[in-house]
Design a binder for this molecule. Structure first.
Ligand SMILES: Nc1ncnc2c1ncn2[C@@H]1O[C@H](COP(=O)(O)OP(=O)(O)OP(=O)(O)O)[C@@H](O)[C@H]1O
Ligand SMILES: [Mg+2]
Length: 224
């Protein structure tokens, strides 16, 4: 990709809940270069996940402009947004979002279905990614047959299987013991060295310190 991967300019996001407006983001400007390794930190409720959902094209700003891969999301319909996401972004959610009745391998292979990749190749690539996150022995386990850390690693493998240019990870090491957390960080670092932009949310100072850049959020704005 040439040019910045994502550019947000004075972006806000206000949730409407039972007639009450909740201003989760109150004007955020952020530029993510295609070589970036950025950590987002900040207290609970400061808007980190809300921002990540916007950066990943899962949600749209209430106001401001957001360019993903040079395209203004305000000009894209739902199908175009879905396609842009599938081609550009890998997303690791704070709460995994795995399909409960589906094996690890088929969870990881799912984004490839939307790409029209054949079943045999999907299964092969999913197994390869699961091997990379240390789960070659859990291919046929369903989420409820795996530990929290294993589910987190399945979610990471699923985010990576399409070869995204940007990986967005919301607390990717939050549920992991320190050894497994270290291996996930090493994986993110090697991806970044291979030219994938990495943005992660973390509460862990040591994890944040390993990124090349940090932003701190408070009350819906970037404070440093
Ligand atoms: N769907 C929603 N409807 C209404 N309010 C919401 C919704 N999602 C989030 N919020 C509110 O928006 C604010 C920001 O939430 P967000 O999830 O972005 O925080 P966060 O920084 O990711 O927190 P944490 O560290 O706990 O994950 C919070 O005050 C939260 O209560
Ligand atoms: Mg969050």
């Amino acid at each position: 990709m040439t040019g910045p991967a994502i550019v947000a300019t004075d972006v806000t996001r206000t949730y409407e809940l039972d007639g009450v407006s909740v201003p989760a983001l109150r004007g955020v400007s952020l530029r993510i270069e295609s070589t970036d390794y950025l950590a987002i930190v900040g207290t609970s409720g400061s808007g980190k996940s809300t921002l990540m959902h916007l950066l990943g094209g899962l949600d749209r700003p209430t106001s401001g402009t957001l360019l993903i891969g040079g395209r203004d999301v305000a000009t894209l319909g739902p199908a175009e947004m879905a396609r842009l996401r599938n081609e550009t972004i890998g997303f690791v959610f704070q709460s995994f979002h795995l399909l409960a009745r589906t094996t690890a391998r088929d969870n990881v292979a799912l984004p490839l279905v939307y790409r029209g990749v054949g079943r045999r190749e999907r299964r092969g690539r999913a197994a390869e990614m699961l091997d990379r996150v240390g789960l070659a022995h859990r291919l046929d386990h369903r989420p409820n047959q795996m530990s929290g850390g294993e589910q987190q690693r399945v979610a990471i493998a699923r985010a990576l299987v399409t070869g995204p240019s940007v990986l967005l990870a919301d607390e990717p090491t939050g549920n992991l013991d320190s050894a497994t957390g270290q291996s996930v960080l090493a994986l993110l670092e090697s991806l970044n060295a291979d030219g994938v932009a990495v943005v992660l949310v973390t509460h862990d100072k040591d994890v944040a310190a390993r990124a090349s850049r940090q932003i701190v959020m408070k009350d819906g704005v970037i404070v440093s």
